[in-house]
Design a binder for this molecule. Structure first.
Ligand code: DP6
Length: 335
């Protein structure tokens, strides 16, 4: 029997950057995010004698996946089996699987497609093996994390933390929900200044983090203060505090990226211009904040009250693509 799951990207408010174990994607620091309500990824998983990955474009045409992509899915399946072995259920998952992936996320535009894809896959695998072992959300988040660190957070709706914890066990790090999607209706208005495929993907990028002289200070700030400040701001609906800590963390991550070897410069002149203009709008009392991942795309988080004005600003941008999303419900099985 096949199982279909659905998931969406999440955008980090406190960023995950760098691992203590690259192989198992055990993060070096905590992170915290908001799960979006769109765009969605759907994956159908079925038994198969060998791994087959069919991925479809938004218009339904079959996408040719690279060897690197296929290897990543195979490795994720192998690690999932390893985790289930630890849980005493090695036989729960089939020898191999056929995956049919239908994604509404345009590639490499700064919308975390790997988070949605592996969050979705973790949900689908959990559904497939449900009769053998009922995995709780924390265990499902471990399976997501094994494919893409940030995917651990897409299992949950609303606001989720990925806890680094310590240790080198496959399940040493996991994520949990801090508040659900009904807690605070924040929006993410996304401005994509460039559709160029990014040069260095997150997986390769994470491996450079430790070479930055600022990285350990970053980890300490998150551990001792920033993660908790961000969580508190969300729990208290305190947009001013949220804006201060989220922007501080995004700029700090980009400082680490730029000062690592090799230097990773993801932000462009367009990104900096948008940040400056948003600073001006904030100065006029608008509840908006910016954050950027491993690319020039700017995520403008804002409250209900600020949304219309932020959308107007985004739409006034020339040569940019705009997406609108808000806080969403997280991954689920489709019946
Ligand atoms: C900058 O989860 O994409 O978006 O585990 O290699 O897939 P992999 O990395 P990924 O890294 C996310 C980096 C980030 C920040 C974040 O989402 O926390």
């Amino acid at each position: 029997m096949s199982i279909t799951a659905q998931a969406t990207p999440n955008i980090a408010l406190i960023k995950y950057w760098g691992n203590r174990n690259n192989d198992l994607r055990l993060p070096a620091g905590d992170s915290f995010s908001m799960t979006l309500d769109q765009p969605v990824v759907e994956i159908t998983v079925d038994h198969s004698p060998t791994l087959v990955v069919d991925s479809y474009e938004m218009d339904g045409t079959l996408k040719i996946l690279t060897e690197k992509h296929i290897t990543r899915f195979q490795k994720h399946l192998d690690l999932t089996k390893k985790y289930l072995t630890k849980l005493g259920k090695a036989q729960a998952i089939p020898e191999s699987v056929k995956l049919s992936i239908r994604s509404k996320i345009p590639p490499s535009i700064g919308l975390a497609s790997s988070a949605a894809v592996f969050g979705c896959l973790a949900k689908a695998y959990s559904g497939l093996i449900e009769k053998e072992i009922a995995l709780d959300l924390r265990q499902q988040s471990v399976i997501g994390r094994l494919g893409s660190g940030s995917a651990a957070r897409s299992l949950y709706g609303g606001y989720a933390a990925l806890w680094a914890k310590s240790g080198d066990e496959i399940d040493s790090s996991y994520s949990e929900q801090i508040a659900d999607e009904n807690h605070w209706n924040l929006h993410d208005i996304i401005i994509v200044p460039s559709h160029e495929e990014k040069k260095v993907g997150s997986t390769e990028g994470h491996a450079t983090a430790w070479s930055s002289p600022h990285y350990e200070k970053r980890l300490e700030a998150i551990r001792t203060r920033r993660q908790q400040e961000c969580i508190d701001a969300v729990l208290k609906h305190d947009f001013e505090k949220l804006q201060a800590v989220v922007e501080e963390d995004a700029l700090d991550m980009h400082n680490v990226m730029m000062t690592s070897t090799p230097s990773l410069k993801y932000l462009t002149d367009e990104t900096y211009r948008i940040m400056d203009e948003i600073d001006e709008l904030k100065g006029n009392g608008l509840e908006v904040l910016y954050t950027m991942d491993a690319g020039p795309t700017v995520h403008l988080f804002c409250t209900d009250a600020a949304r219309a004005q932020v959308v107007d600003y985004a739409k006034s941008q020339k040569n940019c693509t705009i997406f609108e999303a808000k806080v969403g419900p997280g991954a689920c099985i489709l019946l």
